[in-house]
Design a protein around this ligand. Structure first.
Ligand code: SF4
Length: 300
């Protein structure tokens, strides 16, 4: 881990900045601040990078580049949004081609304020990022030991921001499987998710006070509809998804039938539902790359 904290490698991408924040990022590399003397390297290769520094708001052209860079970076990785535009869209927020800040596309760990963000603030943001990176590294190392301490609890509306961040994080892996970014989980806003708590039940999987998985359930007549099974990428392949499905079924004691859906070709999700006792009964095309597969099971 000392390699990470002593010489973090950074990749910088200008999403559509006015250039103000980029100049300040470059100032961090020039002699006054000279972060390279501390071991920070500005790399052009996402596969070598630990920290993703993004300036500017997200537009239609930059969002795919942001996703691609993020997906190519190895775990653990940290995203730093530099400047007001990267945080929220800033003064460009209402423009016809702007979809918002960086967190409208990928999960952001550290926000550096300012218009333009000052070099001292950017260096401070990188220092914060190193702490997050170290925590993520520890989390990854601890996974095999602590999955048996998972708690399955009813989620509250106040959990929505954490669940949304998890959904976007896990959704990136799914989007890679489908090679399609149009997944509903990636498009959902915080407001939509908060409103969803008024009609649906959410169960969360918690380890060390952190939500590492969630599932949604909603009843109609004698059927409970199960959807949105997400598990943090570090914790996948530890049977947490199947347990979440089992827990949401318990939340509907009067349901005689359960229905779930997932997309083909997501073999892992289909396998998970199969292990939970669900059987396919129909399909429906969603996009050229994704076919929704509907599965059901009767209460035993
Ligand atoms: S935050 Fe200010 S300086 Fe930075 S990209 Fe936006 S408008 Fe330019």
């Amino acid at each position: 881990m000392s390699g990470f904290t002593k010489s973090p490698w950074i990749i910088h991408y200008d999403a559509s900045s006015c250039n103000g924040c980029d100049i300040e990022v470059l100032a961090c590399l020039t002699p006054i601040f000279d972060v390279e003397r501390l071991g920070v390297v500005n790399t052009g290769n996402p596969k070598h990078a630990d920290i993703f520094l993004v300036t500017g708001a997200v537009n239609e052209q930059s969002k795919d580049v942001i996703r691609n860079i993020y997906n190519e970076m190895p775990e653990p990785k940290v995203v730093v949004a530099v400047g007001t535009c990267a945080a929220s869209g800033g003064i460009f927020r209402e423009c016809y081609n702007i979809s918002g800040g960086v967190d409208s596309v990928i999960p952001v760990d550290v926000y550096v304020p300012g218009c333009a963000a000052r070099p001292e603030a950017i260096v401070d943001g990188v220092v914060q990022a190193l702490k997050v990176l170290e925590q993520k590294h520890q989390d990854m190392k601890a996974v095999p030991q602590n999955t048996d301490q998972t708690l399955y609890l009813r989620a509250e509306k106040s959990d929505a921001p954490e669940i949304l961040a998890l959904q976007k994080n896990a959704g990136q892996c799914e989007a890679e499987i489908y090679n399609d970014e149009n997944l509903p989980a990636l498009q959902q806003t915080l407001e939509e998710l908060q409103n969803d708590f008024d009609r649906a039940i959410y169960i969360k999987a918690v380890i060390n006070d952190k939500i590492i998985g969630s599932v949604r359930g909603q009843a109609h007549e004698d059927t409970a509809y199960v959807s949105g099974v997400v598990v943090h990428p570090y914790y996948q392949r530890h049977d947490i998804g199947r347990q979440l499905v089992e827990e949401i079924e318990k939340a509907f004691p009067n349901a005689k039938r359960f229905e779930a859906f997932t997309g083909r070709p997501n073999v892992r999700a289909l396998h998970l539902l199969g292990r939970a006792g669900y059987q396919e009964f129909t399909t429906e095309p969603f996009t050229p790359a994704i076919t929704w597969v509907y599965l059901q099971k009767e209460r035993q």
